[in-house]
Ligand binder design. Structure first.
Ligand code: RBZ
Ligand code: NIO
Length: 411
């Protein structure tokens, strides 16, 4: 059994409204490490207020290392293959060199997928065909190893962490990370989903957890999510940061009929008109629309970037969170890899603004981190090729010298 608890369970009330006071809550690591887990690490909120903390997070993020990327680009030309023949994998390996600042980079292992879970007040508007209780029920399923992400993760040697960052019901008994900021968001179509303090707290949870995971030895962070109705919040966030309309970014989520899709699109349009958050205000967007898992994911992505560790994004929920991270700090996206393209229409819109191309496109529309876990071995293969392949020189292969580098016209 391992869990983190807050000294103060009423986090919203425990942080001064103007953000000027000291952080009045901390993590307490009661029984680390998890069974079979890695070495314990310190996982405590600092003394700073969350306002300061978010600024500190941003100060820790820098651009990818151009020298390492240049070296990786040159090295690719020396490897025993026609130049460019590994296609997207070559570009990916160069990006990993840039993220980690090393050429050739180490294989990014071990990897962990963190499933941030939370509920959504907008569920009351009938935007999802599933009852809200499914969020908590799926947490029990993740903990028991019975979800799709567990199966994929077992196949691809990825560890799974599950975090309650805002599930509506009590899931205290589950063997997961307990970090509930509040029991679900408020309904984004009638009021702000979250207070700014709640947003800060959730961002901090994701950021701190990313740091802890890197401290524990993980070298690749994968995003996961669970939250019935979270494709509605994702649509509102994506519209905010891309300028797309509600109709462009609202999809069928877990599977709704045409009438419910029209209603869901109206709800997103109503929320966008109600809050009118500019793309330059990521904190305001998270407060307007939520969700707590989006905020935690944004923090987690920024945490990966600050620690110079690749972050593989899952589907539309991760895409929305990455747009938030990008709005906080454009360089955060330099550490992101798009694992896949979800069938949810807003995802392609999000990826375009993020400037990321998905590694796989298999019509998945599940979430949980499944698309990210599926893509992970592609990323490790890309790095292995750069790090482990022989060069023409070391293998004693001649290939018409200039042509080996030039690619075209090899006889
Ligand atoms: C059994 C089940 C397992 C899931 N695993 C991920 N999701 C996914 O579907 C939800 C979002 O879709 P919507 O916005 O339409 O509610 C999220 O929980 C997401 O993670 C699931 C959904 C269900 C029902
Ligand atoms: O893209 C996703 O991750 C997704 C799509 C539909 C429902 N849940 C998640």
């Amino acid at each position: 059994m391992w869990c983190f608890r807050q000294y103060c369970p009423q986090i919203g009330d425990s942080i001064s409204r103007d953000g000027a006071g000291a952080c009045s809550w901390r993590w307490e690591d009661r029984s680390w490490p998890p069974p079979g887990g890695r070495a314990p690490g310190d996982f405590r909120c600092g003394e700073a207020s969350w306002r300061t903390a978010v600024e500190e997070f941003l100060a820790g993020i820098g651009p990818a290392d151009e020298t390492a990327m240049r070296a990786a680009t040159e090295r690719q030309l020396l490897l025993t293959k026609p130049a460019g023949s590994l296609g997207v994998l070559e570009e990916l390996s160069i990006r990993i060199a840039g993220m980690t600042g090393v050429c050739p980079p180490a294989v990014p292992t071990p990897a962990v997928v963190t499933v941030f879970a939370a509920d959504h007040g907008v569920h009351a508007q009938g935007v999802s065909p599933w009852p809200q209780e499914v969020t908590a029920a799926m947490l029990a399923n993740f903990a028991a190893g019975g979800a799709a992400v567990n199966a994929f993760a077992a196949n691809n040697r990825v560890d799974v962490r599950v975090v309650d960052v805002g599930v509506a019901s009590d899931v205290e008994g589950l063997d997961i990370v307990h970090a509930k900021v509040r029991a679900g968001t408020r309904d984004l179509s009638v009021e702000k989903a979250l207070s700014e303090d709640e947003v800060r707290a959730a961002i901090g949870i994701g950021f701190e957890l990313a740091g802890k995971l890197v401290g524990d030895g993980y070298r690749c962070l994968l995003t996961g999510d669970m939250g019935i109705a979270n494709t509605t919040a994702s649509a509102a966030l994506i519209a905010t940061f891309t300028g797309a309309t509600a109709a462009d970014v609202t999809g069928r989520g877990t599977g709704i009929d045409d009438a419910t899709l029209a209603h869901k699109t109206d709800i997103v349009a109503t929320a966008l008109a109600l809050h009118e958050v500019p793309a330059s205000d990521p904190l305001g967007a998270l407060a307007a629309y939520g969700g707590l898992e989006h905020a935690a994911l944004a923090g987690y992505i920024m945490g990966g970037a600050a620690h110079k560790v690749p972050v593989i994004l899952d589907g539309v929920i991760a895409g929305a969170a990455a747009l938030v991270a990008q709005a906080f700090h454009p360089a955060a996206v330099e550490y992101c890899v798009a694992g896949h393209r979800s069938a949810e229409p807003g995802h392609a819109v999000a990826l375009k603004t993020l400037g990321l191309s998905p590694l796989v496109d298999l019509d998945l529309r599940l979430g949980e981190g499944t698309g990210a876990v599926l893509a992970y071995p592609i990323l490790t293969c890309a790095v292995r090729a750069l790090a482990e392949m022989a060069t023409f020189e070391s293998a004693g292969i001649t290939s018409g010298e200039d042509d080996a580098a030039g690619g075209d016209g090899v006889a």
